[in-house]
Design a protein around this ligand. Structure first.
Ligand SMILES: [Cu+2]
Length: 88
């Protein structure tokens, strides 16, 4: 699947990774595979959608559009939480 956000223009799929020397970084991925009958979670320390170019304020509602491999797409929105929030 790929992802886009109209408001942000640039929305990238990223994954957080740890290298052998335990350096944490993130890298861009072109797609995320969701195996049949299973779930892939986007969460802190794993897959995430990277937004740039616009400021996000707490409480902002952000619309995303996910493109699936069968050429269908799905929209959803997320509310921006404080970075210190521990629940989503
Ligand atoms: Cu990232």
């Amino acid at each position: 699947m790929g992802v886009s956000s109209e408001k942000f223009g640039v929305a990238d799929l990223h994954e957080t990774y740890t290298s052998e020397d335990t350096l944490v970084g993130m890298r861009s991925v072109d797609w995320v595979e969701v195996p049949p009958q299973s779930t892939v979670n986007f969460k802190s320390g794993g897959y995430h959608v990277m937004l740039s170019k616009h400021e996000v304020k707490v409480g902002d509602e952000i619309e995303f559009n996910v493109k699936l491999s069968n050429d269908k797409s799905k929209s959803f929105s997320c509310k921006a939480n404080d970075v210190k929030a521990t629940t989503y």
